[in-house]
Unconditional design. Sequence first.
Length: 344
Amino acid sequence: MERRVTLKKVSLKAIAQQLNVSVSTVSRALNGKPGVSKRLREQIIKVANDLGYTPDPLAVGLKRGTTKLIGILVPELKGDFFATIVESVERALYHLGYRLLLCPTEDDPKKEEDHLKILVNQRVDGILSAPANFRSNKSLYEAIINEHKIPVVFFDRLVEGVETDYVISDNEEGMRILLEYLISKGHRKIGFIHPLRGIYTSEIRLKTFLEYKDKIVFQEEWIKDGKSSEEDAKEAFTTIMRSKEKPTAIIVGSYHMTLGCLRAAKEMMLKIPEDISIVSFDDAPWNEIFEPPITCVSQDPREIGLIASTILLSRLKNKKMGESRIQTVLKVKFLERLSVAFIK
């Protein structure tokens, strides 16, 4: 016979009343403590299961000194990148008894602040975060790490000046690869649609692009903030391609924005790479199946999630790791496809 499952909160008192025993007896039995006969313990466990009793993780955590809760802050989950990181983290932590509290920030520092305060109040054991802004909430992160003694591991992004563990991709190298590749193909008129300003990855990618000002034909009107969104990137691409003087190639700073640019090119009836060459920082399923397939540098979100989880677990298991930080910079992978024309 299938056991009935209830979502109603069942208390220790309800179990005690069912068996006419004290609440403390029920508590000892469910927590495996001595002072309860084997037969009574089995009866208590059976009644608890039948009633659908589940322990309050916060209450249990306060007693044991660990809640087994991990907060994870991500900007969004609509795309593959961060969703894959979360999946990788969950796979790494679930079998060890940890549960995730997922907090989407939408790249809003105020929303991030609210989430962080809630996570502290929930007594989470640790926090994994892709910060909303590289300069915001610095003092809050420092208080969480130094005062509340909650380990924080950044992934994909950083907050400037916060001394903690992190796992990021080599954004500088990725941009250099794309720029050098375009230059090797004869391109000098190169535009850039970067992610939302204030995000660590956007700032680093833009900074690296600007380092090439003397190697390319530099036009400020060819640099646009795509605001990390498909629609804004589409508008940015359209504006660039309506300029009096147009670039021959555009670097798009994220895969979401690349899709917006590809749609804009189609609406403007521009052929890739004949009319405009496009390369992307980040890969996506449509990059490979689009005609022509899009040249890009790719990151490994599964590896980012796994390494971030491993670092956090190390902090949780070894409280004496000290002030030394584990700071990992992962190589990106260049994928040459057919979206870049050779200019003689």
